[in-house]
Design a protein around this ligand. Structure first.
Ligand code: AGP
Length: 609
């Protein structure tokens, strides 16, 4: 996944584009570049490394044009290098690109036969040559871009400039996000809102198969046949500061601490306190034949997949409907038994994960109705699902997902109670009890966050270990998986999540003084079982870190470190028990000096396979 920015208007473009790239750096950060059209002509600066390296490169240059493009890259074609960094140029055409061109090889061969020479290994440079080829054949700039994009297969969000057409920029969207920003005597576009927010709150997410021609005072929208489309900017009340760190050291820490607000906002307007019922607004499940749903199938990746695993316990217990869960990259390549009796639910924070999008499309081809649980408005998953249930966690910038996960869980609880009420499986009294527990969660989360110092102490004691095992039973098993994922993805420490009942089937062979074992030991139907697992690990000199709601003494006495969680209905504990695990991973990573918000080799949204 990459980030692109374009600006044209009354101000110097360079600082605006560099600031926009910094706000999009979470989308990819192995190289970056800018192209600015000045009175003296075109200036392109690009380099391998992070945005700060690019800023250093241009610091002492005078680049005063008022139109430009910028790009921050997560390599797909071609390794991170200066020559593979965007923008790419062919003659008078300059392009920045987010996505993958699937027919890149044949188009590159076609252009080589027509005398084009390439400097890089990227599919993006090929796009620049393709547009230039059409201009050389006599087509005007806009027509040449339309002719070229109609030949492309794959996903592409493009920013395009033509040196000989200095009064406009063009942006194109197909299966990779582009948001337009409507300013006063200036207009912008970018891969995501944070790059636009400081300049205007009037924004519009482009749809697939559309192109925008942008001048300082106008934005013209059209489809790939050139047919004009209306521009309908909306006002988004997300302040620029929301996309800033707000005084925290990292976006991840900020987003961990935003969770009480995030889950509150996800519940807001969906709980009817007078009747103690749930309303999901425009998610009209009952009208969409909910009663005929025989099975529910969650599909997702990474942390969102763990939300789906927890969703199995939640939905089956509350609704009695059988639930399957699949990693999207597995679902899309087997023959899943979903049909019109299945509700396929795609969970995706970004709404742009390639495998999850493909999974929805497969489910729809098999007549399954689909629902997206997304955190980004108008994202591809949101638009392509039959219905969407938004989490309202706000922009999640850190690569490690935290507030989106707990908000996804809240969405699943709301959905399950709503379904249970419609099918009659959940009585009004039961719904009322569930809702009381949901409403208590934000303040309980606050109480946990206030104990960050306790987590820091545990992190200091265990940050130098190289292997961790995370164990949980029942609905705490997905939490164990999520806790392990958090630790490994930001601290680069090997961590494995496992169902606690499985340790005797293999993992206990690893147990010893050199491997901390993290237990999520919440009071519930299998508490005695998990306590005996702790005893088994203790008997083999394991280092035990327990996160427990029990008020009993056994677990603390067996543990080397313990963190107490508020006691609530076991079914709702994941929203609480995951948070100290997020903080533990965060503080261990900080102690180990890794790049918490931008871990190596990762990107915030995996928009390619
Ligand atoms: C989570 O911390 C990871 N960054 C990653 O596993 C992520 O959850 C996964 O890529 C799915 O992303 P999505 O929710 O945007 O689809």
């Amino acid at each position: 996944m990459c980030g692109i920015v374009g600006y044209i208007g009354k101000r110097h473009a360079l600082p605006i584009i560099l600031d926009g790239l910094k706000r999009l750096e979470y989308r990819g950060y192995d190289s970056s570049g800018v192209a600015i059209l000045t009175e003296a002509g075109l200036t392109i600066k690009r380099r391998k490394g992070k945005i700060k390296d690019l800023v250093e490169l241009v610091r002492h240059e005078t680049i005063d044009g008022t139109m430009g493009l910028g790009h921050t890259r997560w390599a797909t074609h071609g390794k991170p290098s200066d020559e593979n960094a965007h923008p790419h140029r062919a003659g008078d055409v300059v392009v920045v690109h987010n996505g993958i061109i699937e027919n890149y090889t044949e188009l590159r061969a076609f252009l080589k036969d027509r005398g084009h020479h390439f400097k890089s290994e990227t599919d993006t440079e090929m796009i620049a040559h393709l547009i230039e080829d059409h201009i050389k054949a006599g087509e005007p700039f806009e027509g040449a871009v339309l002719s070229a994009v109609r030949l492309l297969k794959g996903s592409f969000a493009l920013g395009i400039m033509h040196v000989k057409t200095p009064d406009r920029l063009i942006t194109v969207r197909e299966a990779s996000p582009i948001v337009l920003g409507f300013g006063n005597d200036e207009n912008l576009f970018a891969s995501d809102m944070p790059a636009i927010l400081p300049y205007t709150d009037r924004m519009m997410f482009m749809k697939d198969g559309t192109m925008a021609v942008i001048t300082p005072d106008a934005v013209r929208l059209m489809d790939f046949s050139g047919r004009g489309l209306p521009t309908e900017p909306g006002r988004y009340d997300i302040s620029a500061t929301m996309a800033e760190k707000g005084g925290y050291k990292h976006f991840m820490q900020k987003e961990i601490f935003e969770q009480p607000h995030a889950i509150t906002d996800t519940m807001r307007d969906r709980i009817l306190f007078d009747t103690k019922d749930i309303t999901l607004g425009d998610v009209l499940l009952e009208e969409k034949g909910l009663g005929s749903v025989k099975r529910i199938h969650f599909v997702a990746c990474g942390t969102s997949y763990h939300a789906g695993l927890a969703g199995k316990y939640i939905v089956e217990e509350i609704t009695g409907i059988p639930v399957d869960v699949d990693v999207a990259s597995e679902f899309r390549y087997r023959t899943p038994l979903v049909n019109k009796g299945t509700l396929t639910i795609a969970i995706s924070q970004s709404g742009e994960t390639a495998d999850t999008i493909a999974a929805i499309r497969l489910a729809q081809r098999q007549q399954s109705s689909t629902l997206g649980i997304c955190n980004v408005i108008d994202s591809t998953v949101a638009r392509e699902s039959d219905q969407v249930l938004y989490t309202h966690a706000g922009p999640e910038i850190s690569v490690a997902s935290t507030k989106a996960f707990t908000s996804q869980l809240i969405a699943i609880y709301l959905l399950a109670i709503h379904i249970g009420r419609i099918t009659g499986r959940v009585s009004r009294q039961q719904a009322s009890a569930y809702i009381d527990t949901l409403v208590s969660l934000p303040s309980l989360l606050d109480a946990i966050l206030k104990q960050e110092d306790r987590i820091v102490a545990i992190a200091k004691e265990y940050s130098r270990y190289s292997d961790f095992l995370y164990l949980g039973r029942g609905i705490s098993y997905p939490v164990a998986l999520e806790g392990a994922l958090k630790l490994k993805e930001i601290s680069y420490i090997h961590a494995e999540g496992y169902p606690a009942g499985e340790i005797k089937h293999g993992p206990i062979a690893l147990v010893g003084p050199d491997m901390p074992v993290v237990f999520i030991a919440v009071k519930g139907r299998v508490y005695d079982k998990i306590r005996s697992n702790i005893e088994q690990v203790k008997a083999r000199d394991g280092k035990i870190i327990s996160f427990t709601t029990a008020d009993g003494r056994e677990v603390p006495e067996l543990s080397d470190a313990v963190f107490f969680l508020p006691a609530i209905d076991e079914l709702f504990t994941p929203v609480l028990s995951v948070v100290p695990l997020q903080m533990l991973a965060y503080h261990i990573a900080v102690l180990n000096g890794t790049d918490v918000d931008q871990p190596k080799n990762l990107a915030k949204s995996v928009t390619v396979e």
